[in-house]
Ligand binder design. Structure first.
Ligand SMILES: CCCCC/C=C\C/C=C\C/C=C\C/C=C\CCCC(=O)SCCNC(=O)CCNC(=O)[C@H](O)C(C)(C)COP(=O)(O)OP(=O)(O)OC[C@H]1O[C@@H](n2cnc3c(N)ncnc32)[C@H](O)[C@@H]1OP(=O)(O)O
Length: 190
């Protein structure tokens, strides 16, 4: 019988026919550090107990992110909680889609493969890319390596982001969402 992991690997990705978009003309250049998109974001913001993720644009439209696992992120003694690892990948993938395509989007689907334990104190080096676009559907994937850019793969993830209008954030979230996104932008380009 085929293993679960074997089945995941054989699932076509992206699952529909897509186009490969060029990065948006305003996408950050390779080498640019990507700042937080919102100060209270659990992934990249200045939140107590948050993930404090930091990302940078790499060569070949790859985005590199780092997530250091602290004691606040445990699921079992000394080990990262899988849900928080998934959160780290949501952040890395969302940042990749947002910065490369400059299209407002939300996560519609997020899949993770946890292939090695990730212990407290270790740092995941996450590399993410956009895989294709089909209308409003934006597909991205990533892998996270343990403690070095060429370390062993511990987690793989892939996600569908769905493009939304900015009203998505003001209607369903906070009426002041746009000024709150802008505050983070102003900190980057004062
Ligand atoms: C956020 C930044 C905004 C600023 C952007 C600009 C630049 C910024 C730069 C950087 C940004 C940096 C970092 C971002 C970092 C992290 C991001 C974290 C993101 C999140 O953490 S975000 C929270 C969790 N997320 C949600 O809170 C979504 C709740 N949800 C909904 O709000 C709706 O559900 C929605 C809108 C998803 C769709 O609703 P809808 O009515 O608009 O559209 P519809 O349902 O028709 O779906 C359209 C097509 O997507 C297919 N589709 C949809 N869902 C699917 C699924 N699960 N599986 C397979 N296919 C699916 C359909 O099948 C259809 O496909 P088709 O067109 O082929 O029929």
């Amino acid at each position: 019988m085929k293993s679960y992991f074997g089945r995941m690997k054989s699932t076509p990705w992206p699952p529909v026919e897509t186009e490969t978009p060029a990065p948006h003309p305003d996408a950050p250049q390779a080498g640019t550090k990507l700042a937080m998109h919102y100060e209270q974001c659990f992934g990249c913001g200045e939140v107590d107990g948050g993930l404090h993720m930091r990302s940078a644009m790499g060569e070949h439209a790859l985005v590199h992110s780092q997530f250091t696992v602290t004691e606040a992120h445990q699921g079992a003694p000394g080990l990262a909680h899988g849900g928080l690892l998934a959160c780290a990948f949501d952040e890395a993938l969302g940042s990749t889609v947002g910065n490369l395509l400059r299209r407002p989007a939300v996560t519609g689907k997020l899949e993770t493969d946890f292939v090695r334990p990730v212990s407290v104190g270790s740092t995941l080096f996450i590399t993410a890319k956009v895989d294709g676009v089909a209308g409003r559907k934006l597909y991205a994937s990533a892998e996270g390596r343990l403690d070095a850019e060429d370390g062993p793969v511990a987690v793989r993830a892939r996600a569908l982001f769905v493009e939304v209008s900015f009203e998505h954030f003001t209607t369903h979230g906070d009426p002041d969402a746009m000024s709150k996104f802008q505050q983070a932008q102003d900190r980057i380009n004062p």
